[in-house]
Design a protein around this ligand. Sequence first.
Ligand code: ADP
Length: 292
Amino acid sequence: MRLILLGPPGAGKGTQAQRLIHKYGIVQLSTGEMLRAAVAAQTPVGLQAKDIMAGGGLVPDEIVIGIISDRLDQPDMKNGFILDGFPRTVPQAEALDDLLKKKHMRLDAVVELRVNESALLNRVETRVAEMRARGEEVRVDDTPEVLSKRLASYRTLTEPLIHYYSERRKLLTVDGMMTIEHVTREIGRILAAIGAVEAKAAQKADKKSAGKPVVESAAKPAKTATRKATRKTVKPAGKAAKKPAKTVRKAAKAGSKGSKKAAKGRTGGSKGRPAKRVGKAAKKVTKRRAKA
Ligand code: ADP
């Protein structure tokens, strides 16, 4: 499975990436972590990146693209990966498309963690306090001033990627304001819905990580992530609108009822009434369950 996690600083990308790598046995590639390691080791890249990072700016595209390209060639990439913090600009996304093509790799999905901006400062402050309490070194860019710069660069340079991947029918949006556990579950569910992971495997992993059965996901199939994802992917321009995404066809083939319904919701989106279709399907399931 190959995924990108997209979201502003403090959205929870790192936290969710950690959970996903355990769940699916894949590798996390965080350009922020890699760059911080380069800064600490005072490599030529680190020396170039140090001040830019401390000021909340973005390291030049060619540097991060080079880092990612090298990393994708490592043998531990074979099971898949989660990109966290990359791509961060449209040129980086285009470069990634080229790299993946050359390396014969296919991206499964881009998961956007959507959060209220007003919550971000609080989250980062909490992270700083927790790190201090654990005696860990705090990131130099985790101050209110630098955070506002990081947010501004997210808005202008990274947010256009939402449109970029939505047009390519790769975007899935999850409400990042829910609890950590809930967000993980939603991600598992939408990945199962598009056929990126086995529905059963996702549920099993959920049960393990949450320590309780995932009843809720069966009872409310369309309430949050999938429905939002459907809405977000309903208006692709041009060709994509006429042709259902490959992943959706794959999900339909997978044969599980859940996958089919979610997939239907997504393709149904191209007809313009995604939420209603998914909502009806959800009600039917609930009614059937009540009868049973
Ligand atoms: P954040 O919590 O802001 O998402 P990261 O740990 O992902 O933090 O990144 C920290 C810093 O590293 C960024 O502010 C930026 O300076 C640099 N950086 C990380 N990834 C990239 C990238 N893909 N392109 C350019 N700069 C990057």
